[in-house]
Write a new protein. Structure first.
Length: 66
């Protein structure tokens, strides 16, 4: 997985950042933050079980009932 592939999912990242970190990407605060700051938070979304970003790249496995 590349950063290009991850950032193509910005429509998922933006609401996840707001929901899980309280970050409003449109309020201008991020302009004063470093790329590292944003990168760590995006990486953190992969550790949040129900984040949109994680579910996109790692959808739940379908259980087999037999």
């Amino acid at each position: 997985m590349t950063w290009a592939a991850i950032l193509l999912q910005w429509k998922l990242i933006e609401p996840d950042l707001h929901q899980f970190y309280g970050i409003d990407v449109r309020d201008g605060t991020m302009r004063s933050r470093s790329w590292r700051w944003l990168k760590l938070r995006i990486e953190g979304l992969f550790g949040v079980e129900h984040s949109r970003l994680r579910l996109h790249f790692y959808p739940p496995k379908k259980s087999r009932k037999g």
